[in-house]
Ligand binder design. Sequence first.
Ligand code: HEC
Length: 228
Amino acid sequence: MSYAAAYEEYVYPLLLRDCASCHGVSQVPLFASTNVQNSVNVTMNFFNFTNRPDSAMVRRTTDGHCSNQPVCLTNGSEMLAAVEALYDNGVKNINDDSELTDFDIAVPAVAIPARDDLNPTAFLPMQWDLSELGLPGYRFSIEIQYFDEFSYRIRNPKFHSVPNGTLKVGGIRPMVNGHFDPANNQWALPMKTLATTNAGVLFTNFVIVMGREGDGDVLSFAFEVLEK
Ligand code: HEC
């Protein structure tokens, strides 16, 4: 089942039923709008498929956020079941079938700025030219932060193109010194076609934490799908 079909079957009905009075009308994020594709795009920011109970979508049904709505009276279990069903039917098979070997399109490693240059509170941009991958004019960028002695935080994966183009993208995994993270960190996105007009942001608030080995670490990314 495609991600969109699983989403429409398992998650979307709950949002229309219990969240639309606010998030379908005027309250951003507008994920309970009647346009299911918009809903798919907006909610991607609020799922955490590696730690599903920690998804904002689930948490917001446990914290009194919408206390009088049915899904919010289940202490998160109803929304979590929906997210699990979405994961099982629309995400997992994509990722399971595509073991690491399917993440075989990789950008060359680039040196991570030295610890002294990485302000602990700020994120520094890094970017890759995708012309070597047969995508001339396209770039991929992220922002990276020196989080502590043992880890980096990486966020805001974006694609850019000059002139504006579109791109089909699957999962994205960071690699430090050529290794995927044992914790399986990735932006596990379902296949998505991006218009890069405004440097299509994939996930705005899902930050990946990657192990740091030391100064001299290099960063690269592998993609499950990356094509025009
Ligand atoms: C009575 C109005 C109302 C209802 C109903 C409502 N929300 Fe919200 N929601 C808000 C408001 C206001 C905000 C922005 C302030 C905030 O973050 O609390 C918000 C923000 C959010 C956010 C973004 C902030 C974050 O936590 O990342 C999420 C996710 C969210 N709501 C989930 C839900 C879900 C899921 C439902 C339905 C089960 C729901 N909301 C129902 C009013 C509502």
